[in-house]
Design a protein around this ligand. Structure first.
Ligand SMILES: C[S@@+](CC[C@H](N)C(=O)[O-])C[C@H]1O[C@@H](n2cnc3c(N)ncnc32)[C@H](O)[C@@H]1O
Length: 280
């Protein structure tokens, strides 16, 4: 294992025109995008990010041709709405009163009863206002995170337009990460940032449909090897975990101390020990 704190310069793929992520998201890689982007391959044809969440790396790199996805349909429909109709999303966002009452009202609405632009504005507002930027639902899919202490700054219409531009040649899909990876191979770069594995159904970080346990982790590692055999370049973020390090021992592995944005129980806000594993 390599322990490395020095950033390489990535001159062939300069990060100059990045867009800001619009979703506040627990587990976002926003604070370490300089490291992630520096270790991204200098050249690739297509970019895949199937656990996209707030898409910190995607919006930093702004790859010209990309495939993004998430099991959470609110996330993916937000990106689809921003891709297709950023000004409508901006309009709905400005109409929302910046109050706790508005938060509680929006939280109760059923996304299926809204247009895609309203749905996107709702998610952006909820995530900017909820406790710790956590997306969590109850057993019937109802968003149930309490109001946080602040309503963070909402994106401007220019920022939403810039996100829309970044999504122009991007295909967005709802569902399990594997559904995108079947088509990945030579010339592709895949960034994988799954949830940390946990065995309790109730401690899933991203809602009931996004539980990622030991079985899913094993499947993910098998998938990493299959991608490698097909000639794809893969970068995986994960907590520092023996199972992962052993399975990928022929990969380049960096240790990272990642600042937490979410106060995970007794762990407080001490940095999380993560790894970045790359097969290139
Ligand atoms: C650690 S977060 C990704 C954070 C992202 N890198 C960012 O910068 O915001 C993991 C994401 O994976 C999604 N997810 C969980 N299980 C999944 C699955 N089986 N397939 C696809 N997405 C999944 C969650 O909804 C969550 O958005």
């Amino acid at each position: 294992m390599i322990v490395d704190t020095q950033l390489p310069t990535n001159e062939l793929f300069p990060v100059t025109n990045h867009a800001q992520p619009v979703l506040r998201w627990a587990g976002s890689k926003r604070r370490i995008t300089p490291i992630l982007s520096a270790y991204a391959p200098p050249k690739y044809e297509r970019y895949f990010e199937p656990f996209v969440g707030s898409g910190a790396l995607f919006f930093c790199l702004r790859p010209p041709l990309a495939f993004i996805g998430d099991v959470n349909p609110e996330v993916t429909s937000t990106y689809q709405a921003l891709k297709d109709a950023p000004s409508q999303v901006a309009q709905h966002l400005t109409e929302i009163p910046k109050t706790k009452d508005a938060y509680l009202l929006l939280r109760q609405l059923r996304p299926a009863d809204l247009t895609t632009a309203q749905r996107a504005a709702r998610l952006i507002f909820l995530m900017k206002s909820c406790f710790n930027g956590v997306y969590r639902t109850n057993a019937s899919g109802q968003f149930n995170v309490p109001f946080g202490s602040t309503i963070y700054k909402l994106p401007t219409s220019e920022e939403l337009q810039s996100v829309s531009d970044a999504l122009k040649l991007t295909q967005v899909r709802t569902g399990d990460y594997k559904s995108w990876l079947d088509i990945a191979g030579v010339g592709d770069f895949i960034y994988l940032d799954p949830p940390y594995s946990c065995s309790s159904r109730y401690r899933g970080e991203y809602g009931y449909d996004a539980i990622f346990g030991d079985v899913q982790l094993e499947e993910l590692l098998t998938c990493c090897k299959a991608l490698q055999n097909r000639g794809a370049k893969v970068m995986l973020s994960y907590k520092n975990n023996k199972q992962v390090v052993n399975a990928l021992k022929d990969w380049r592995i960096l240790n990272l101390a990642v600042p937490r944005s979410v106060n995970a129980n007794s762990m407080g806000r001490t940095p999380a020990a993560e790894i970045l594993a790359m097969n290139y």
